[in-house]
Design a protein around this ligand. Sequence first.
Ligand code: FES
Length: 153
Amino acid sequence: MQVALDEIINRYKAGSRESLLPLLQDIQVEYGYLNEEAILKVGKHIKLPSSKVYGIATFYDQFRFVQKGKFHIKVCRGTSCHMHGSLSLLKEVERVLHLKEGQTTRDGRFSLEAVSCMGACGSAPVLNVNGYFKTAVTIPDIAQIIDFYRNLI
Ligand code: FES
């Protein structure tokens, strides 16, 4: 069961600005992203304008502002995967799903994220869907992988 936003926020002392990052991290762990309500409530709680909360959060790559899809696709953009064409894979996922990196499809089924090395360089290029690795991926594989997950829904 999901922990209520207010319950997470109230774990931290009101007015404590040093709580900002751990508080945002806790919310993201629970919800998977930071929405407008969370930014506003956090700002109110630690007495920091919400524009500043948002500005600080956007500085860190770890925070997302869009809810992940049911299937979250990570395309590795580390050096080895880059050398094996991962940029083309990323563009192909964008083309097939009609979205851009960092976005979620309107139906909420898929989201796409470019990430740094996932530790499987020997099998580059790699992508990962909900924790499952796909290795030595080729451009034609992309449509097949996406179709596979579409058919699971
Ligand atoms: S660079 Fe892609 S897994 Fe290491």
